[in-house]
Ligand binder design. Structure first.
Ligand code: SF4
Length: 357
C-alpha cells in the first residue's frame, strides 16, 4: 500500500506544471529502500522515454586552476596556497582536444577556475582553432564574465556554457561565496541563454546549512529556468578550505535529487557527475540508473589533473588518457545501455541554438 502512495506522489510531481515543494521534500526524505527503489525506477523510465538508452560523453579539459574567488567548499579557491597553479597553453589544449577526438568524443568541456589571466581574445582564438580543426561541440565552464566575453565566445562557435548556481537559496549562496552576488550570477545565466548558448547549471547536495526544503526549491528552480543540462553532485569537504570539518554530502540524497530532477525536467541532460564517483565508492552506475544520461571523462593531461582538486579523492586522477573509453563502455553495457558518440546537443530543440547572436 505504502508504495502506491509514493507512486501517486511521483505521478503528481511528474504531471504538475509547478510541482508542490512539499511533495518533493517528501520524496527527498524517503528512507525505506523499497520506496527509494520506486523513485529510481520511475526516474529511469522518464529518462528512457525522453532521452533514450544512449549515454552521451563530454570530454573535460581542466585548463587552468587559477581562481580569484573564495568559495568556501572549493579546493582551488584563491586562499588555498598549498596547491601549485597551472594554466595550459593553447597548444596543450589543442593537442588534448585531438586526443579526445581520437576517442570518438564529440563534445569538449573547457573548464577552469575564475581566472582573471584568461584573456577573452585568447580563449576566442582557442575556440576558433578547435572549430577549424575538429567537428566537435564546445562547452565552456569558466565562470562569471562580462556579457561581451560571452558574446565573443559564442560568435567564435562555442555552443554551450555551464554555470552552476550551487544553491538557489540566495541567503545560503551569500553565506559561502564572499564577494559574489547571487543576482549577478542569475544575470549571467540570463545573458548566456539570451545569447543562444545551451545553458547548464547545477547544485551541490549536502552543503552546510542546506536542508531538504532548499533542495526542493533547487529542483523547482531547474524546472522554471528550463536548463539544457544540470549537474548534481554531493558535497565533499576539502582539507584546505574552511569547510574542512563539515560533514560530507550523502550519496543517497544526491541520487534522490538527481532522480527528482529527471522526473521534473524530463529531457535535460543530466550527468552522473565525477563527484558521485568520488565517494566511498563509485555511485555513477546508480546515477545512470536513476535518471542520468551523461558521463564526463576527464582528458586533462596527467601532470595537471591532480592539481585541479576542487574536492579530494577525485576520481580518475591517475588513469592514462584513453582509459576512460573502456570504463564508460563497460559501465553502459552493465546497465543494458550504450555509449552515444554523437554530439548529443540539447534535447530542448530551441531555435536559438543555431543562431549566433
Ligand atoms: S567554485 Fe569555481 S569560482 Fe569558486 S573557488 Fe572554486 S573554481 Fe573558483
Amino acid at each position: 500500500m505504502k508504495y502506491s502512495v509514493v507512486k501517486t506522489i511521483l505521478n503528481k510531481i511528474y504531471t504538475s506544471r509547478v510541482p508542490d515543494p512539499g511533495d518533493l521534500e517528501f520524496v527527498l526524505s524517503l528512507r525505506d529502500p523499497e520506496e527509494i527503489r520506486e523513485v529510481f525506477t520511475f526516474a529511469d523510465k522518464i529518462r528512457e522515454k525522453f532521452c533514450g538508452k544512449g549515454i552521451a560523453l563530454r570530454g573535460i579539459i581542466e585548463f587552468s586552476n587559477y581562481c580569484f574567488r573564495r568559495c568556501f567548499y572549493c579546493g582551488i579557491n584563491k586562499d588555498n596556497s598549498k596547491i601549485k597553479r597551472y594554466r595550459m597553453s593553447r597548444k596543450e589544449i589543442l593537442d588534448t582536444v585531438g586526443r579526445l577526438v581520437s576517442c570518438r568524443i564529440k563534445t569538449v568541456v573547457l573548464q577552469s577556475g575564475e581566472d582573471a589571466g584568461i584573456d577573452a581574445a585568447w580563449l576566442e582564438d582557442v575556440i576558433l582553432s578547435i572549430k577549424s580543426r575538429f567537428d566537435i561541440a564546445v562547452t565552456l565552464s569558466v565562470g562569471e564574465r562580462e556579457n561581451e566575453d560571452y558574446r565573443l565566445w559564442r560568435r567564435a562557435g562555442a555552443e554551450r556554457y555551464l554555470l552552476k548556481i550551487e544553491t538557489s537559496n540566495e541567503k545560503l549562496y551569500s553565506s559561502m561565496h564572499p564577494g559574489m552576488d547571487f543576482r549577478h550570477r542569475i544575470g549571467c545565466l540570463n545573458a548566456l541563454k539570451s545569447l543562444g548558448y545551451q545553458t547548464g547549471s547545477g547544485i551541490i547536495v549536502g552543503l552546510p546549512g542546506q536542508d531538504l526544503k532548499t533542495i526542493a526549491r533547487d529542483i523547482l528552480f531547474f524546472k522554471k529556468r528550463d536548463f539544457d543540462m544540470i549537474g548534481i553532485g554531493p558535497f565533499i569537504p576539502h582539507q584546505n578550505t574552511c569547510f574542512t570539518d563539515k560533514p560530507g554530502g550523502d550519496a543517497g540524497l544526491a541520487l534522490k535529487t538527481l532522480a527528482l530532477t529527471r522526473i521534473v525536467t524530463r529531457n535535460a541532460h543530466l550527468p552522473a557527475t565525477t563527484a558521485l564517483g568520488s565517494l566511498d565508492r563509485d555511485y555513477r552506475p546508480e546515477g545512470l540508473a536513476c535518471g542520468a544520461n551523461v558521463l564526463m571523462p576527464n582528458f586533462t593531461p596527467l601532470p595537471y589533473r591532480k592539481l585541479y582538486e576542487i574536492y579530494p579523492q577525485k576520481r580518475c586522477v591517475s588513469e592514462a588518457p584513453g582509459a576512460c573509453g573502456t570504463c564508460m563502455e563497460k559501465m553502459a553495457k552493465g546497465l543494458g545501455r550504450f555509449v552515444d558518440y554523437s554530439r548529443a546537443d540539447s534535447l530542448k530543440k530551441r531555435d536559438q541554438f543555431t543562431a549566433h547572436s
